[in-house]
Design a protein. Structure first.
Length: 274
């Protein structure tokens, strides 16, 4: 086990229990190895980065910010030796509860993902329109290719819902669907098309969570996404069979599969355990 003494005007004692480093350059470092051998390294560098520094000198310190690592290392002249153990983060699975919602998507680490609210922000019997019919919102990406009912591209992907919602609120005065989601809380948003689909794919697990209100699964009941098709329409999903298509943004006299009719809203938010 290594210990470190930094000498300048004052002496700073650094052990493996140190949780963070605030020194960028130290004038002199005394390194004591587990055999009691004392070595001195001058003008050592302390680097905070996701990757190890190149051409290090003996005694240089690297504080890794790589999420899979998070160690503190010292260069012993030939290799990096860690002096703190990696932090461990809680991991979550589909159906677990965090941040006031039920997990419906996680990344490969299980340390962050998306949760669905326990109930609809706008229920089917009192649904809302998407808003801004006949207006192509300038900051919201269009996903106009039907692609067999599988929207693909910026604006439709997992991770796009939060920005979509913010951009809808910026570009469209009083957009009912986005507002319904955001009114759940500052961090809640209208899901993108693929985020909405992940809720559908995991709906059986979600609906088994105590206190979770089942999705409206009548064949005529749909949920809005934040993915815009164009001036007239936005993507929606039916939870009876998973069908995705586009619909008119606002209730009105026009007909067809566009932005027009009122639909339900289920808000989502991001969770992180680090």
């Amino acid at each position: 086990m290594l210990s470190y003494f930094f000498k300048n005007l004052n002496t700073l004692f650094l052990t493996c229990a140190l949780a963070f480093i605030s020194i960028a350059n130290a004038q002199e470092v005394i390194v004591i190895d587990n055999k009691g051998t004392i070595k001195i390294a001058n003008n050592n560098q302390v680097t905070t980065d996701t990757t190890a520094p190149t051409n290090p000198l003996e005694g240089d310190i690297w504080a890794s910010t790589n999420l899979a690592d998070n160690n503190l290392y010292v260069w012993d002249g030939s290799s990096w030796i860690y002096v703190t153990k990696p932090r461990s983060f809680a991991t979550y699975e589909i159906g677990q509860v965090i941040n006031g919602g039920a997990v419906f998507w996680v990344d490969s680490t299980g340390q962050h993902g998306l949760v669905a609210a326990f109930s609809d922000a706008a229920i089917w019997t009192n649904g809302v329109d998407w808003g801004c019919y006949d207006t192509d919102l300038p900051n919201v990406s269009n996903v106009s290719s039907f692609n067999g009912g599988n929207p693909v591209g910026v604006g439709a992907e997992i991770g796009d819902g939060f920005n979509n919602t913010n951009d809808i609120l910026r570009d469209c005065p009083n957009p009912p669907a986005a507002l319904a989601a955001r009114n759940v809380g500052d961090q809640w948003f209208l899901p993108s098309a693929k985020e909405l689909n992940q809720m559908y794919l995991n709906k059986d697990t979600l609906e088994d969570v105590p206190g979770f209100t089942a999705f409206s699964a009548d064949g005529q009941h749909w949920y809005w996404s934040s993915t815009e098709t164009g001036a007239a329409s936005a993507w929606r999903q039916r939870f009876s069979d998973g069908t995705q298509n586009s619909l008119k943004k606002n209730e009105g006299s026009a007909t067809g599969q566009m932005k027009c009719n009122v639909r339900a809203v289920r808000a989502v938010r991001v969770f992180r355990t680090f």
